[in-house]
Every structure is written in structure tokens, then in C-alpha cells.
Design a protein around this ligand. Structure first.
Ligand SMILES: C[S@@+](CC[C@H](N)C(=O)[O-])C[C@H]1O[C@@H](n2cnc3c(N)ncnc32)[C@H](O)[C@@H]1O
Length: 361
């Protein structure tokens, strides 16, 4: 007999299966669908999630479970299942076989997987750095100045190194020797050529992950869907960049951090965030908006301030998150382009004419 709570959670697994398929993960789509059936039949999935049936859909219980399994695969604890996980070098394709092996993992590693159910999924999506780096180039071309970069909801702070990622295009970004190379990024146009000089990198997150530790790196990798090879390769390369390029990553609340910021002479202070606003309730969103506007009011021609974000908007086309730049003094807002949830490709709208006529110069 299936309880109401189990039916509700099984529906969450099916919803997540559809979402994963829609975002290109056929493997997770199939495995999550099987989890839903298994939960309703009292199988290993039911035992693993038994103490977490109160979680709501936004808590993403299915992704917590999949990350737990993925961490075991990546750590070498599930060699048979690894054969079906491209992230672990697997090339076999048989969703039924993969499901039977995943079931074995749920039985053999039940407590380890349960340990992952207590914490929300935490990804750091490196592809989003492309649009953000484009924004930096746009700013640097409009008014060249050293950049103090601040990211709120930074997760592991990988994208604080966006200027160090090689992004190929008509005017390339980042050093050619970068471990992370992104190609075929731009659609429509491309950001202008510019010399971007980042002089400091500060990241704030409620639960920062140190990407330079083995534990932190495994946590980040585990939340990437195992058959999304491009995302996985980008993440591994960004982890290598993080070993070379330090960033100051601190635990804290985003709004409090913005309230403490002060623009500095002869620099751009650039505050950015991506796929972070959904974590704030209405009061938090209002407080963030007020803190950013107040900070903007303190900017001057010498101590400039920019707010750059890649966030879903209720009014925008699904899957096309606007890249929005606002600069002070003068409060000038521009939509530079759009990008999908995982960041690439970026449709760049901003023409060189808009740059020339901008209030940022
Ligand atoms: C979906 S992740 C996005 C991470 C990164 N911006 C990216 O695009 O990959 C959102 C992050 O926001 C953090 N977060 C949520 N609420 C926060 C708050 N009030 N202050 C600071 N960080 C917060 C979470 O811990 C999480 O790491």
C-alpha cells in the first residue's frame, strides 16, 4: 500500500525525470522514472527516501539521491554502474541494465546515499561564465578600468575566474593556455575585444564549497548529470583553473554582503550573480534590489559600479535567461543577450553602436 507521501514523492521523481530529459539527460530521465516506480512498489528507493518524504518539489530530493549515487560511482565504489556513466568513462548504453545496477547501489550504499539527502543540490555551472565574461568585456571596452569582481550565490566561486577561461570567438577571451576552453559560444554577435583586468575576486555563499579540495571537487562533480559530458569536462577544467587562480570565497548572506560593499576609486566594482535569485523570498528580493540601488547611488565617475546578472525572468522566453547589465553613475540598464540554463550558447544582442552611445563612457 503506497502512502500519500510516497505518491507525492514518486510524482516528484517523475517531474524531475521529465525535466532532466528536457535539459538533455536521457540517462537521468530513465533512471528517475524507474526510481518513481520502485518507490511505489516499496523497493530500495522507498527505503532510501523513507525519512525524507516531507521534502517539497523545490527541495529536489531526486537530484540529491542521484548525486549520492554519482559520488559513489566517481569514487570507484560502483564499478559496474560506472560502465553506464559517461562521467566515469562509461560507454555502455542500456537503461534497464543501468537501473538494475543503480538499485544494487541503493541497497549496498544505503546510508551513504541517505547522507546526501539532507543537503540541497549545489552546482556551480561553469558554462554561465561565458555570458558573464562577455559582460566584463563589454564594460572594459566602454570604460577601461581594473575590475573588482564580487559574486553573490557564488557556490564554489569557479566563475569568479571567468576572465581566465578561454572563450573562443571573433575576439577571444582568456589566456590560450587556459585548461578551460569553450568554443562555439556566441550566436548573433559577440562581445567586443577588450583588455579585462580583474584585480580582486570575492565570492559570497551561504554554503561555500572549496573547489581546491578533493571533497569539494567531488561534491561539485556529483551534482552534474552523469551523461552530460560537456558540463562535466568544463567543470573539471574550471577546477584546474581554480587551483592556479585564487579567489576569496566567504560564507555569508548575499544581501548583507552587498550592503557592506563600497565602490573604490579608479576601478569598476562589478557585482554579479547567476541562477541565484530563486533562492530568495519576496522580502529577500526586495532587500537585494534596495541594497544594489543604494550601492549604485554611491558610485562616481572615478569609482564606478556595475550589476550584471544571468537570471530567469518570468516574462522571458523559457530557456532564454536575459543577461542584464546596469551601470552607475547614471543607472543605465541594458539587456546584453540571452543564455540557456546551463549557459551555452549565448545569444549576444548588443551592437557596437550601443556600446559607443552608452552612458558608461
Ligand atoms: C544554483 S546555485 C548557483 C551558483 C552559481 N551562481 C552558478 O551559476 O553556478 C545558487 C547558490 O546560491 C546560494 N545561496 C542561496 N541563498 C543565498 C543567500 N541568501 N546568500 C548567499 N548565497 C545564497 C546557494 O548556497 C547556492 O550555492
Amino acid at each position: 500500500m503506497v502512502s500519500d507521501a510516497e505518491s507525492r514523492v514518486a510524482a516528484q521523481f517523475r517531474w524531475q525525470a521529465d525535466a532532466c530529459r528536457a535539459l538533455g539527460s536521457g540517462l537521468y530521465g530513465a533512471l528517475l522514472e524507474q526510481c518513481a516506480d520502485d518507490l511505489e512498489h516499496g523497493g530500495p528507493t522507498a527505503e532510501v527516501v523513507a525519512d525524507h518524504l516531507e521534502l517539497r518539489r523545490r527541495d529536489a530530493l531526486p537530484l540529491r539521491l542521484m548525486a549520492g549515487v554519482h559520488s559513489i560511482v566517481l569514487s570507484g565504489g560502483a564499478v559496474d554502474l560506472a560502465a553506464y556513466y559517461p562521467s566515469a568513462g562509461g560507454t555502455a548504453v542500456d537503461e534497464e541494465a543501468a537501473w538494475r545496477l543503480l538499485c544494487d547501489v541503493l541497497v549496498e550504499h544505503r546510508d551513504a546515499v541517505r547522507g546526501w539527502l539532507d543537503h540541497p543540490p549545489q552546482t556551480n555551472e561553469v558554462g554561465r561564465a561565458a555570458a558573464l565574461a562577455g559582460g566584463l568585456r563589454y564594460l572594459a571596452a566602454a570604460a577601461p578600468s581594473p575590475i573588482r569582481l564580487v559574486e553573490i550565490g557564488a557556490s564554489a566561486g569557479l566563475n569568479l575566474r571567468a576572465d581566465q577561461f578561454r572563450i573562443d570567438g571573433s575576439a577571444s577571451n582568456g589566456p590560450p593556455s587556459s585548461p578551460l576552453v569553450m568554443s562555439d559560444v556566441w550566436r548573433g554577435g559577440a562581445p567586443p575585444a577588450a583588455n579585462v583586468e580583474v584585480v580582486s575576486r570575492l565570492g559570497i555563499d551561504l554554503a561555500p564549497i572549496d573547489p581546491t579540495t578533493e571533497e569539494g571537487a567531488l561534491r561539485l562533480k556529483a551534482f552534474v548529470w552523469a551523461d552530460q559530458a560537456d558540463r562535466f569536462v568544463r567543470l573539471e577544467a574550471a577546477l584546474a583553473v581554480a587551483q592556479r587562480i585564487p579567489a576569496d570565497l566567504r560564507a555569508g548572506d548575499a544581501v548583507e554582503a552587498v550592503r557592506r560593499l563600497v565602490p573604490a576609486d579608479d576601478t569598476w566594482t562589478v557585482l554579479w550573480h547567476s541562477v541565484f535569485r530563486q533562492y530568495l523570498d519576496d522580502d529577500g528580493l526586495a532587500a537585494l534590489g534596495e541594497a544594489i540601488a543604494a550601492l549604485g547611488e554611491t558610485a562616481t565617475q572615478r569609482a564606478r559600479f556595475a550589476h550584471l546578472m544571468l537570471e530567469p525572468e518570468p516574462t522571458s522566453t523559457p530557456g532564454a535567461f536575459p543577461v542584464v547589465l546596469t551601470t552607475w553613475p547614471g543607472e543605465r540598464r541594458e539587456v546584453l543577450g540571452t543564455a540557456p540554463a546551463h549557459g551555452i550558447p549565448v545569444t549576444w544582442n548588443c551592437s557596437p553602436e550601443s556600446l559607443k552611445s552608452g552612458g558608461t563612457t
